[in-house]
Write a new protein. Structure first.
Length: 415
């Protein structure tokens, strides 16, 4: 079993918040986390995936949320009326550690969202596993960057080769995929996962008319992954108007399959592009949709090399986003891109005002031009620029000019 770092964050925040909702895609490990907390608190779980339990809760939701013991509910969106019952209980007594819920749909997309619990509920997104969790490593690269970026420069060389990176990227972080016994089993599970998500889960939150277009839409999103989202191009390719296409993309976001990384900037700037990037949930899912395999990636195909570059960027970006989510001082992610083609893949902003820029390159060798985007961002931000990190597949960690730092990607899981 993998040790989830989010578990300690949940325990700490549950000691301060009356209601926490753990949200995330199906099969990322929400129920496993809930079981661990259930064991620790010595209370049972109300599992709304169970039909009998769901029926009983639907008939009398108030009965199941009464009392002074913590109440743990799995897949609460199956009976959204339970939120009204929780609100009624909180009106009687509001104190920390009362309700811990999991859900596989963003609450605002439910027929009855959590608006009734405004000011009383804390949301935490449960992502797939991070590489440091998979390896059982204690390293927290983001914390190390914030504490002492120059301390990351070491003489030790990275020994991770392209094939190792390719295996990690194409596997991703779904626990079930990581436990698969063969590539065939992994592909079957991912195929079934996509089919279920698009044919059943989407229909539970929106009775869309053209659900047969969703597989093609998801594949097109995969082709734009880690790039500025071009909704107009997608709508032309699936022959659907742009407004409906955008609504369908939002449905996938509601199920945590995709997310938009907004354009970042502190002031209006005519040189900055304001469109978001699209980011899929998991690099293994992305690789499956793009038909990427380790053998294809390490071959001679230029097209495969380009696709791997986007998948590798998504892989690294997801790792940093998951680390950032564990922090109380994290504000929001973004990407920065100008009309002059200067860009930084990920910009992380913290409550201290500190800005960290992350650029990702899939190559083993770097040139001065690879640091251009980070250098421009540093000039744009000024004194709040904490550091710029270029993550790549090479052997060495070193400081480039202007204080910018190059790090092998495996520093995300190897100290």
């Amino acid at each position: 079993m993998f040790k989830r770092r989010l578990l300690e964050v949940i325990r700490a925040r549950f000691a301060e918040e009356p209601v926490i909702i753990l949200e995330g895609a199906q099969a990322v490990g929400k129920s496993t986390i809930l079981q661990a907390i259930s064991k620790n608190l010595d209370v049972s779980i109300i599992d709304l995936d169970d039909l009998a339990t769901r029926g009983a809760v639907s008939n009398d939701p108030s009965h199941f949320v009464e009392g002074n013991e913590p109440v743990l509910i799995d897949e609460y969106q199956k009976v959204p009326e339970i939120l009204d019952a929780i609100k009624a209980e909180l009106n009687k007594a509001t104190y920390a550690g009362r309700y811990l819920l999991t859900g596989s749909v963003r609450s605002e997309k439910l027929p009855r969202g959590t608006q009734a619990l405004t000011g009383r509920v804390h949301h935490l997104v449960v992502p797939p596993l991070m590489q440091c969790e998979i390896e059982g490593s204690k390293i927290d690269l983001l914390s190390a960057i914030l504490k002492d970026p120059e301390g990351l420069i070491v003489k030790k060389r990275s020994k991770t080769d392209r094939l190792n990176y390719a295996n990690r990227v194409t596997t991703g972080g779904f626990p079930i995929v990581l436990n698969s016994k063969s590539l065939g089993q992994r592909n079957r599970w991912l195929k079934d996962y996509i089919n279920k998500t698009l044919s059943q889960d989407v229909q539970e939150i929106s009775k869309i008319q053209q659900k047969e277009l969703l597989p093609r839409l998801l594949t097109l999103l995969a082709s734009q992954n880690a790039q500025v989202l071009n909704t107009a191009k997608i709508s032309r390719e699936i022959e659907l108007n742009a407004i409906t296409t955008d609504q369908y993309i939002k449905l996938l976001e509601s199920l945590f399959i995709a997310q938009r990384i907004p354009a970042w900037g502190r002031r209006l700037n005519a040189r900055s592009i304001q469109k978001p990037k699209i980011q899929l949930l998991d690099s293994g899912l992305l690789s499956h949709l793009a038909k990427l395999t380790p053998e294809k990636i390490t071959g001679k195909s230029a097209a495969a090399a380009t696709e791997f570059g986007h998948a590798f960027e998504a892989f690294v970006t997801n790792e940093f986003l998951r680390l950032a989510q564990l922090r109380d001082d994290f504000i929001a992610p973004g990407h920065w891109r100008t009309h002059d083609s200067d860009e930084v893949d990920l910009v992380l902003e913290f409550q201290t005002g500190a800005i960290v820029g992350i650029e990702v390159k899939a190559g083993k060798m770097l040139s001065d031009s690879d640091f251009r985007g980070l250098r421009k961002l540093k000039d744009y931000v000024g004194t709040d620029f904490h550091c710029g990190i270029l993550v790549y597949q090479g052997e060495f960690s070193y400081q480039h000019r202007d204080g910018l730092i190059a790090l092998p990607a495996d520093r995300l899981w190897i100290d």
